[in-house]
Ligand binder design. Structure first.
Ligand code: ADP
Ligand code: MG
Length: 466
């Protein structure tokens, strides 16, 4: 279960900072041990370089998000000794290694006596085919996604012939990536020869940039033009990348003319993707455009039961109902909540019960009626306390006072909305996620050392919530 938490954490990194960071840094790192009693996370890095980079750039991020998943606030992050080369290659070959879990001792009356008895070892498996998990069979259909599901399914029957391109849009964590993989898996099942490529727009951009750098644009184009089914996830990330768009436009036309199936996902409809060349926009929308919404309660319950089943666990109705009613953001969060409940039960040797679920989830999800807070609301309240408006705050100016207020705004956005670092950075005129993370970090420290400031910020926060 602890490895599920690490996988879940990698998902968050991907959402918050982008898949490139996961590929470059986090995939190489593994979670060796979680000591709940000392609240220590032990990570292992393949080499000193990766360790140093992660430690100096992502410690705060790890503490915040892994902490949230482990249901503790800001655990310590330690790096265990780097394994010897020889023993490392062994664990790579077997594809699994030992992972130690030291659970917290729950009964406060006997703090240490039962500790050793609770130490357990779990195997962690690395699999190259995680995407197999995303199939039509594991996708729960309900009113919120039935159109997208039906269209995806239809596409696999006659690739390139009916809905081309297929464009699926919807909020984060609602099943777009799942459907894209399901399409790929299903077509592959029907036609073993088909060349299917799943790619996020993010990676497509990077691949293109590196093709330019190494003078391999022709090879790059040729690779894409030879594909039978192209699945591009999160196409919105191609926005403002003019050269990449140009290259993609030609690839698109070539595939489309040969009646090769193309499927896109995005968080918004083509019309609302900013910084997109008009001719590309019209191509994206020229097939079938379909959306996915937030699932209703009964779909959420069905999803929870299915996910529990996939983990060889069962959850009863009251528990499923409770989790489903408390998580109303998206399915990824829903799954995350389930994993936290299961992990907690397993780490503490208890059965999953309603009481346990309540205990694990309530501190994180503060209530169902959490209202949606928009970036603009936040800036409006900030404006009442500081002499800067939206235009100034989102400008490039680095005036010291202005920058500080900008950092306050970023901090509030991260705290009060569920937007990613990347989205907040984009809002502030295309700043990098690391800038936002730095801001959040800095303000957090500032709050700790400065009560007056902390009170002021609380006041602004309350105003925004009102
Ligand atoms: P998106 O790409 O829209 O952000 P994902 O496809 O990554 O969302 O879905 C997030 C998680 O929720 C995945 O683990 C996925 O399997 C799960 N999920 C989403 N929709 C469904 C569904 N209808 N049935 C089962 N699992 C789902
Ligand atoms: Mg996705």
């Amino acid at each position: 279960m602890i490895s599920d938490i690490w996988a879940e954490f990698l998902n968050i990194v991907k959402e918050e900072i982008g898949s490139r960071v996961v590929d470059t840094w986090f995939k190489a790192v593994s979670l060796r041990k979680w000591d709940a009693e000392k609240q220590e996370v032990h990570l292992e890095a393949p080499n000193e370089f990766v360790r140093a980079w992660i430690q100096s750039n992502y410690t705060f991020f790890i503490r915040t998000h892994l902490g949230r998943l482990l249901n503790v606030s800001m655990p310590k992050v330690l790096f265990t000794n780097i394994q010897q080369e020889s023993s490392k290659s062994v664990s790579e070959k077997t594809g699994a290694h030992e992972l130690t879990v030291v659970p917290a001792v729950l009964s406060s009356s006997e703090p240490s006596s039962s500790k050793t008895g609770l130490v357990r070892k779990t195997k962690r498996h690395f699999s190259g085919h995680v995407n197999r998990r995303y199939s039509f069979e594991t996708f729960v259909v309900g009113s919120s996604n039935s159109l997208a599901y039906a269209a995806s399914h239809a596409v696999t029957k006659k690739p390139g012939m009916i809905y081309n391109p297929l464009f699926i849009y919807g909020g984060s964590g609602l099943g777009k990536t799942h459907l894209l993989h399901a399409i790929g898996n299903e077509i592959k099942k029907n036609d073993k020869q088909a060349t299917i490529l799943y790619q996020t727009a993010d990676r497509f951009v990077n691949e293109f940039i590196s093709a330019i750098r190494f003078d391999k644009v022709y090879k790059f184009q040729a690779k894409y033009k030879a594909i039978d089914v192209l699945l591009i996830d999160d196409i919105q990330f191609i926005s403002n990348k003019d050269q990449t768009q140009e290259a993609f436009f030609h690839i698109f036309n070539s595939l489309y003319d040969e009646r090769k199936q193309i499927v896109f996902s995005s968080d918004v409809i083509p019309n609302r993707i900013g910084g997109l060349a008009e001719r590309l926009r019209s191509r994206l929308a020229c097939g079938l455009v379909t959306d996915i919404h937030l699932p209703p309660l009964e779909t959420k319950i069905a999803i929870l039961k299915k996910k529990a089943g996939e983990m060889d666990e069962e959850i009863d109705d009251p528990v499923a109902h409770f989790i489903a009613s408390i998580v109303d953001s998206n399915i990824r969060e829903l799954e995350g909540a389930l994993i936290r409940v299961m992990a907690f039960a397993s780490l503490t040797n208890q059965d999953v019960s309603l009481e346990l679920a309540q205990k694990v989830l309530t501190p994180i999800h503060k209530g169902h009626e959490q209202q949606i807070i928009e970036f603009d609301n936040i800036l409006r309240s900030v404006r009442k306390h500081y002499p800067y408006d939206k235009k100034q705050l989102t400008s490039k100016s680095r005036n010291k006072d202005l920058s500080f207020v900008r950092q306050i705004s970023m901090f509030l956005m991260k705290k009060l909305t569920d937007k990613s670092l990347r989205e907040i950075g984009l809002f502030f005129g295309g700043r990098d996620h690391s800038t936002v993370m730095h801001a959040v970090n800095k303000i957090e420290k500032y709050i700790q050392n400065n009560t007056e400031f902390s009170t002021q910020l609380k006041r602004i926060e309350n105003e925004i919530r009102r």
